[in-house]
Design a binder for this molecule. Structure first.
Ligand code: HEM
Length: 416
């Protein structure tokens, strides 16, 4: 990081990176940034200074679980926004308005969070996700068919990794996939780590307008999809519905998409592991958990606010502090996993934190698991000789995005 280059951190006006830039710089695509590993090696909870302000970075596995299972570490958006002194008062009021924040339960604490979470867990049961399996398999097959029909090479991101979970979440929610242009670009912009604040508000408005129209239409003529179900079976307001739907839509496709693409990249770079999975598809469930652990695509957060002085791993985190859990560091904690840096697809399933932990633990994890299990299995089964179609060093990494992964993944396979 030479002094002559403009780092994202220096770009103005904008949101600062959530951590200093060095915590995002990778030495290879699959391992946590070296600066993070170094920090984790010193102590499981470290106070660092970023933009003149302290952040408590939690890198130990036990400590990360302790923070995430203790709701005195608050997810409340109001606490976070109040501390952001680079926002104008008007912008703060905008973020905290009823229109903008109602229903957004990922940024709430119990009991507010509990009410919404209960409404939604009924929709995301293991059983219901199993029922979706045949349709997910069909969607996966259709995309592989199209890749095969198109020749012997493709960029896996637009050809497979992004559209598969996007189509799945659209069908589940009842969002017309044909209108994806209206939300996918906004979503991608919103998920940049350092998005300028005026742009963030603009894109948020676009995606909210899109969803508001859809909710209005569904109120008039409900279908049999999840959003129609929420409309008819609950007394949620339009503001609540719009924000819940957008949370699900955004969380539901960008995350799984990046696991599919980065996971495939990791398999291709670990040929012995890839062969193991291809030869024994019954390994798929374990393989998915190991890829989740190894790759930790949520690379900056979850973030919380300490509501009182709380001791974690021998360190007292003071009331009001910003606390950031590092999933990539915690998922490589040698105290939890033997040989933590090895990608071992047969590794016994352990308590990885890729989906978080505690009351906010990922609502869509069963859906994501089904998509990944089917996705990886079919990719390996149906694309013989699957390989990278570029130098590994040339694969563009999403170090600039809130969800880590790859921007593109050129792959090739053998002609049938
Ligand atoms: C929460 C990761 C897929 C919906 C979370 C959290 C993590 C996470 C780490 C915790 C956030 C926190 O504690 O503040 C992932 C990963 C995925 C994935 C790695 C894919 C591989 C999905 C899918 C959906 C989804 C497919 C939707 C269908 C949600 C929602 C929350 C959440 C709604 C908030 C839950 C709450 O606050 O109670 N996810 N997610 N996620 N995720 Fe996922």
């Amino acid at each position: 990081t030479g002094a002559t280059t403009t780092t994202p951190e220096q770009a103005e006006p904008g949101f600062r990176l959530p951590l200093p830039e060095r915590f995002f710089a990778r030495s290879n695509p699959f391992d946590p940034p070296p600066a993070l590993v170094e920090e984790a090696g010193t102590t499981p909870v470290t106070e660092i200074v970023h933009g003149g302000k302290p952040i408590w970075l939690v890198t130990g596995h036990a400590e990360a679980r302790a923070v995430l299972s203790d709701t005195r570490f608050s997810s409340d958006l109001r606490r976070l926004i109040t501390r952001m002194d680079d926002l104008t008062e008007e912008q703060k009021a905008d973020f905290l308005s009823e229109e903008s924040s109602a229903g957004s339960f990922i940024s709430m604490d119990p009991p507010d969070h509990t009410r919404y979470r209960k409404l939604l867990t009924g929709q995301f049961t293991v059983r219901r996700m199993r029922v979706l399996e045949p349709r997910i398999a069909e969607i996966v097959d259709e995309h592989i068919d199209a890749m095969l029909a198109g020749g012997t090479s493709a960029d896996l991101v637009p050809a497979f990794a992004l559209p598969v979970p996007s189509l799945v979440i659209c069908e589940l929610l009842g969002v017309p996939y044909g209108r994806r242009a209206e939300f996918q670009e906004s979503t991608a912009r919103l998920l940049r780590l350092n998005v300028p604040i005026d742009e963030l508000l603009r894109e948020r408005d676009r995606i909210q307008d899109f969803m508001r129209d859809l909710i209005t239409a569904k109120r008039a003529a409900p279908g049999d999809d999840l959003l129609s179900g929420l409309i008819t079976d609950s007394d949620l307001t339009d503001n609540e519905l719009v924000n819940i739907a957008n949370l699900l839509l955004i969380a539901g496709h960008e995350t799984t998409a990046n696991m599919l693409a980065l996971g495939t990249f990791a398999l291709l770079e670990h040929p012995a592991e890839l062969a193991r999975l291809r030869d024994d598809p019954s390994l798929a469930d374990r393989a998915v958990e190991e890829l989740l652990r190894h790759l930790s695509i949520v690379h900056a957060g979850p973030t919380r606010t300490a509501t009182e002085d709380i001791e974690v791993g021998g360190t007292v985190i003071p009331a009001g502090a910003t606390v950031m859990v590092s999933v990539p560091a915690a998922n490589r904690d040698g105290g939890q996993w033997p040989d933590p840096d090895a990608l071992d697809l047969a590794r016994e399933r352990g308590p990885h934190l890729a989906f978080g932990h505690g009351v906010h633990q990922c609502l869509g994890q069963q859906l994501a698991r089904v998509e990944m299990t089917i996705g990886f299995t079919k990719l390996l089964a149906r694309l013989p000789g699957l390989r990278l179609d570029t130098a590994a060093a040339d694969v563009p990494l999403r170090t600039d995005m809130a969800i880590y992964g790859v921007h593109a993944l050129p792959v090739a396979w053998d002609a049938p």
